[in-house]
Design a protein around this ligand. Structure first.
Ligand code: SIN
Ligand code: CO
Length: 368
């Protein structure tokens, strides 16, 4: 982190020795056939790039004998526990920055073309081989008229052949091009960094929604001095001035920023739907099972916290006596059976956890 994060590329040979692809090829193709999954198919033939959006039935994919196509699925961690577990290995970076695990499958010669991303990424080879070329070039002009981002003039400065377990870290805006050598699978562990514009818009929305902008609340615009006008379409200068004065009173405290970030960053992606248990255990049986098997956050759950609040899937709540357990659960994404037993006589905590279990936000049993 000190030397490379957000600073310069790093190739790590055997970053994860004996790594296994979280899904087999067939499981991956089955995932790309699901409606709620974001899948893209990119083909490159006779110098022409093509992009299609999924879902893809297996017979809609090109043949495995066809060269130079690649299938990419975003957010695999939301659909597969092994993918989630792999993403968890990157929690040396705060969850607030972690975005998703994308997987690409490619046939020989397949790739998405030379491009750059605006976010940090770890490119972990999990099956087969891929040749990566990278460049810190300044010229990031894209080819015009293509359905995907491909650099006009990519000038590779370094190149490596990555084998399973090898990983390449790239900070934002480093040009790169990865081409499969034979069939291969690559995991991209991606990060998020909302733009200043996005943060500003969302924060102001958050303040207004909570009525915490400190602008004279509920005050309506008034204009007792308004004279009769001969130019009714003209925007009155006094109106602009008055509204400017209202906006200038918008104030916030640090806790407002923390509340905004906690709720905003823990908000599930729009496609996320939780699966509550079909026949939920009642609270007593839930406590019994969790005392034997422990608990874990559902792979789709986002749980963040700060000193005063925790933020669960976009909702802010105060700790109410459960602080140390919730902090542990958030940091570990699981709680051992032994640990659960120590809290099982805290009825407010077990009631809360049972509620979360019924909503599908946590599961009984730690991951195998
Ligand atoms: C890929 O896996 O082919 C593309 C990943 C990337 O370059 O961001
Ligand atoms: Co990229």
């Amino acid at each position: 982190m000190r030397r490379y994060w957000q600073k310069k590329p790093l190739l790590i040979r055997q970053a994860i020795p004996n790594v296994e692809a979280p899904l087999t090829r067939d499981e991956f193709f089955a995932l790309a056939d699901q409606d709620e999954v974001e899948a893209r198919l990119i083909t490159h033939a006779r110098n022409k790039w093509q992009l299609e959006h999924g879902p893809f039935a297996p017979d809609e994919l090109p043949s495995l004998r066809q060269r130079a196509w690649t299938l990419l699925v975003q957010g695999v961690d939301l659909h597969n526990d092994r993918a989630r577990a792999l993403l968890d290995q990157f929690r040396f970076v705060p969850d607030a920055r972690l975005d998703d695990l994308m997987i690409s499958f490619a046939t020989d010669g397949g790739g998405v073309g030379p491009h750059f991303d605006s976010y940090d990424v770890f490119l972990l080879q999990v099956k087969g081989k891929r040749r990566w070329k990278i460049s810190a070039q300044k010229d990031l002009t894209l080819q015009a008229g293509l359905p995907l981002k491909v650099l006009q003039d990519f000038r590779a400065e370094e190149e490596w052949l990555l084998e399973p377990g090898d990983m390449l870290y790239l900070p934002p805006h480093i040009a790169h091009d990865g081409v499969a050598e034979g069939e291969c699978m690559t995991c991209s562990i991606g990060f998020r960094a909302p733009s200043a514009n996005e943060l500003t818009a969302q924060f102001l929305y958050h303040l207004a929604e909570r009525g915490e902008s400190n602008a004279p609340s509920g005050a309506l615009y008034r204009d007792p001095q308004q004279p009769a006008v001969g130019h009714p379409a003209e925007l009155p200068a006094a109106l602009v001035e008055r509204v400017g004065a209202i906006l200038a009173q918008i104030k916030w405290k640090e806790q407002d920023v923390a509340s905004f970030l906690g709720t905003y960053l823990s908000e599930p992606k729009p496609s996320v739907v939780f699966d509550p248990p079909q026949k939920p255990l009642n609270e007593v049986r839930f406590i019994g099972q969790a005392s034997k098997l422990g608990l874990r956050l559902d792979r789709k759950t986002n749980l963040l916290y700060n000193r005063r609040f925790f933020f669960l899937n976009g909702e802010e709540t105060s700790f109410e006596g459960a602080k140390k357990w919730l902090i542990e659960l958030a940091d570990n994404r699981s709680m051992s059976a032994k640990r659960f037993v120590t809290l099982s006589n805290e009825s407010s905590v077990t009631a809360l956890l049972h509620e979360w279990y019924c909503a599908g936000w946590i599961q009984v049993g730690e991951l195998a």
